[in-house]
Every structure is written in C-alpha cells, then in structure tokens.
Design a protein around this ligand. Structure first.
Ligand code: CTP
Length: 419
C-alpha cells in the first residue's frame, strides 16, 4: 500500500476528490491532502481531514503538525521542512482536479502554494487530472501546458466528455470518476515500483462493446441473442483497474455499469454502429466483445402483430459488419481485438479467417456450443488467435479470462507498431 499525496485545486469537481480519498484509504493507501487556496471555496479542509485523519495544508509556510509524515507512520523526531518532506515521502502525487490555472502553474514550474511547491519537489510518479470547461481545455494555452507536463514524464489523465458543471454545457473537460483516478494512480505506482508492470493500461483509452443487440420485429418483439454482456463488462472493469480510461458501449444491459466506466446503452446493431463511429476515433484499444445481430427484419411493423395477422413470414436483411467497418478505417496506432463465437471445437480456422477478413490484430475465439462457457454463462474458455500464434486460456470465470485477454492484448500491442 502506498503513501499518496493528493493535490486539490479549485473547481466544482473537487467534490470527486473527496470520494477519491475515501476509495484510496479504503483500498489501504495512506493519503495526505494539499489544497490550493481557491479549492477551499469548493470543499472544506475538515472533510478531507475527517477521512484521512491528517491535517490538510494549503500554504508552503504553514507548519505541518505531522512533520511530513503520512497517517500510520511513526512521528518524526525532528522538524523537517514540511513541504519538502511530504513531497519526498510520497510514493505518488496526484493532482485532481487540476484547474486550468493550476495546470498552467505546474507547467511553468511555479511554486506559490503548498500544492505547486510540493509538486515541484516530488521525485515519485506525478499524475495530473485536468478538469475544466471544454473551451478552456481546448485553448492552445492549456493544450501546450498539458503537453509540457507530458514532456516532463508527468502522466496526464485525460478528462472525459459529458455534462459539464455549467448548466446545459456538454463537452470534454469532466474529471474521470474516482475509481478511474485510483486505477490510474495504482497503474503508475506499479510502473514506478520494482515489480514488472503487469499489463498496465495507464493513459490508454479503451473502448469495449458488450451485449446482444435487439432488432425490432414490431413494437414489442425483436430478434435477439443470448449474450449477457458479462464478458464485455468484465473486460471493462479489468481495464479500469489497470488505469485505462474506459468507455463501454453495451447493448441491452442485463446488469449495472462497472464502476469507473462510462457506459453508453444501445439497442440495435445500427445504434451500436453509430456509437462506434463516434467513439472509436478517440480509442487506443477496441475490445469488440458484443454480439451484434447479423440479420434484421427489413421493416419493423408499427404496433403489435396480432395472432390473427397473416404477416408470419419475416423478411430479413443482413446488418452491417461493425467490426470490419471500424477496423477498415482505423489509424495505424489503434489496436483492435475481435471475438469469434464458433459452434464446435474446430473454430480456429474460422477465427483465423475472421482475423484476416475483419482486419483485426487478435481474435478471441470461444466455443458457444458448450453451455458451461457459451453465451449467458459465468465462465469462459478461449483461444487467443493472432497472426501465426494461438494461445489457449484455460476455463475460468469471465473475470479471470478478461485478465488473460488484457495481458495478451497489452503484450501484442506493445510488440506491434500500434501503441
Ligand atoms: N460483429 C460485428 N458486427 C456484426 C456481427 C458481429 O462487428 N454485425 C463482430 C462481433 O462483435 C465479434 C466479431 O464480429 O467481435 C465476430 O462475430 P461472430 O458472430 O463470431 O462472427 P460474424 O462476423 O457474425 O460471422 P458468423 O456469424 O458467420 O460466424
């Protein structure tokens, strides 16, 4: 467990920092908080002090009653220089939310508060999570400040797109959820430590699709499939835990959204296609675990077909192959993983055809004829097919299999020119 220094700057999103501290301490980390003077307009120091059990510092001239120690550490015998000691002892420093003003100060190396001074003095991994209005984020000044931080090896956690603090405003600039912030922090800690980074996805944007689509026959009936979305949700959750920023496009969800994941719900294959078109361009890694229908009724009948009606023959048309479509348009730095649901144990050849035909980097093959591992089951057993290789992953829970898929995808992505 790590000593985490959290810097909170002024912004509405400061309330999420409170939840982050609760999560981080709950996960066993020892947390100290430093705040800019304007952050105190949004959250009181007492809130953080109550959760961390340690004083919050704002000014670099303030005395630190804990003499630079973290909760749980033995008291210091002599009085060190507070702001330097705290920064020195921190295993990682996260600034969340980082306002445009704080980003600018950190980029130019200013040291006019406890937060900015200790940030400059910290030699451990440093992460900055900007949160601001979309126009402020898009301004070239902010963009070049963030680039300057990246150039110094500081991790910038990408803000999310969604509803912003000002009424009615929508755009990029939202602070990611506390779970995602913790995932990024833990990813950075494992990379900074002595252990081999175990497939970290820190700073990587992952898009996962899940679930089975429904193609309407009439107002109440549809053509669907048994996919429960469980494999996709397990992948999304595992990617968040590795520090990725994750969006999940899920068709007809059968369970709640995994925490830390931005979920978009769709119903039909073409709705999933529209969401993919919109979100895929900003993804680094696509995991296409969904089961989109291959056929849809040519026309959905308005209202409800009655038993007596003579429309008992359904005319079907093929849907778009979403995966082939997006992978044909992808950039060279995007890594794409498809899935192949095959009936029977001899699916490898067909999976290989899908690898080529759909132009993807890896295909996760599973045999959906086995009820224990097929659609709507809790377990899975897959073969990871890449060009010239096939790796069998033994039967396990979908969560265990998700970890193996991510391990292999991270490895293959690093070995390719796509990441
Ligand atoms: N897929 C897709 N669009 C569709 C159908 C499938 O993008 N309309 C994707 C799935 O999400 C999966 C991959 O294509 O990642 C393979 O799906 P699968 O059902 O195994 O193959 P199909 O392409 O549908 O071919 P077939 O049913 O003939 O095996």
């Amino acid at each position: 467990m790590a000593r985490v220094l959290l810097g909170v700057s002024g912004g509405i999103a400061a309330y999420k920092a409170v939840e982050f501290v609760r999560l981080a301490t709950g996960a066993g980390h020892s947390v100290r908080v430093v705040m800019t003077p304007s952050a105190r307009r949004f959250v009181g120091t007492e809130t953080f002090e109550g959760i961390t059990g340690a004083p919050v510092l704002t000014s670099e001239f303030e005395d630190d009653p804990m003499r630079g120690r973290f909760p749980g550490e033995p008291p210091a015998s002599q009085d060190p220089i507070g702001h330097l000691e705290l920064a020195e002892r921190a295993d990682a420093f996260l600034v969340a939310p980082a306002s445009a003003n704080t980003v600018a100060k950190l980029a130019s190396g200013q040291a006019d508060s406890m937060l900015t001074t200790s940030f400059l003095a910290c030699s451990g991994p440093r992460l900055v999570a900007p949160a601001m209005n979309d126009r402020m984020l898009a301004d070239p000044a902010t963009r070049s400040n963030l680039d300057a931080l990246r150039d110094r090896g500081i991790t910038v956690i990408e803000p999310e797109t969604g509803r912003l603090a000002s009424a009615g405003e929508y755009g990029k600039g939202r602070l990611p959820d506390p779970e995602a912030l913790l995932g990024s922090l833990e990813g950075a800690l494992s990379q900074g430590g002595t252990e081999e980074p175990s497939g970290s996805l820190s700073g990587v944007t992952v898009l996962v699709t899940a679930g089975g689509t429904r193609e309407p026959i009439d107002g109440v009936r549809y053509i669907g499939n048994r996919s429960s979305g469980r494999m996709g949700r397990a992948l999304a959750s595992a990617a968040v835990a590795r520090g990725a920023k994750v969006t999940l496009i899920e068709a007809n969800p059968t369970a709640g959204s995994p925490s830390g994941v931005e979920r978009e719900e769709v119903e039909t294959t073409s709705e999933m296609g529209e969401a993919l078109e919109r979100i895929f361009p900003s993804a680094d890694l696509l995991l296409m675990a969904a089961a989109p229908a291959d056929f849809r009724p040519v026309e959905a009948i308005e209202g409800k077909l009655s038993r007596g009606s003579d429309g008992r023959e359904l005319e079907l048309e093929p849907t778009e192959d979403l995966l082939a479509g997006v992978s044909a348009k992808r950039r060279s730095d995007q890594f794409v993983v498809g899935f192949a649901a095959e009936w029977g144990s001899d699916g490898e050849e067909r999976a290989r055809e899908k690898l080529k035909g759909k132009g993807v980097d890896m295909v996760v093959l599973n045999d959906v004829s086995d009820p224990e591992i097929g659609f709507d089951s809790e377990r899975n057993e897959v073969v990871l097919v890449t060009e010239g290789d096939a790796e069998r992953i033994p039967r396990g829970t979908k969560e265990e299999v998700a970890e193996k898929i991510l391990d292999r995808a991270v490895e293959a992505r690093a070995g390719s020119n796509r990441g």
